[in-house]
Design a protein around this ligand. Sequence first.
Ligand code: SAH
Length: 231
Amino acid sequence: MFQATIFTLYPEMFPGPLGFSLSGDALSRGLWSLETFNIRDHGLGKHRAVDDTPAGGGPGMVIRADVLATSLDAGLPASDPRPRLLMSPRGQPLTQARVRELTAGAGVILVCGRFEGVDERAIEARGLEEISIGDYVLSGGEIAAMTLLDACVRLIPGVMGKLESGGEESFEQGLLEYPQYTRPREFEGRPIPPVLLSGDHAKIARWRRVRSEELTRQRRPDLLPGKPFGD
Ligand code: SAH
């Protein structure tokens, strides 16, 4: 079973959106599990302080290395085989390929930063791998962790039912998905492309492939192979 363990200052945010729809049903059916640890339980002093001012000056606060490391050590056996990921805009961008790889494993340990981030020494000493959900800055790692989990959970066998493989979706074949249509046959004067109603499955597959390639070329040429850098 895919097991997610989250280290956060806001455990009450979870499961949040993951408690609904596909991921929520799968959670109650026991297809995956979610456990949270509050980093503040290992905070210092009467106020359970977890952060302090940045060495060298500058704005904001940084999560202390000792507090985060103690929290991780208390929550996890050293032998835990799951990847330890720190949600971070400095990390490798998350991809569908990585999501597939993570889903095939035992689960994930996700650390959510807040403020200006976490002391570099905790990242090094606990072997955290930084992972980003995109080139923008959030105020905390929780929504990033939920994003990663949502992408993983829908790929767990049994979660999506018939759509199980998801093999035709955007990114799965290095292409964006073809356009989708459903009823009515005509909407505000716009018909469904006739080929989709032809019943000719080979023709439909070809049409979808062509539309996928066109869309990818227009919107995300960076996904196409052999595209020279900067072109
Ligand atoms: N000062 C940091 C940003 C801190 S944002 C910097 O410039 O790199 C606070 C926290 O939000 C981070 O520690 C991280 O856990 C989370 N976060 C922000 N943007 C993110 C992103 N794009 N992907 C994943 N996590 C992100």
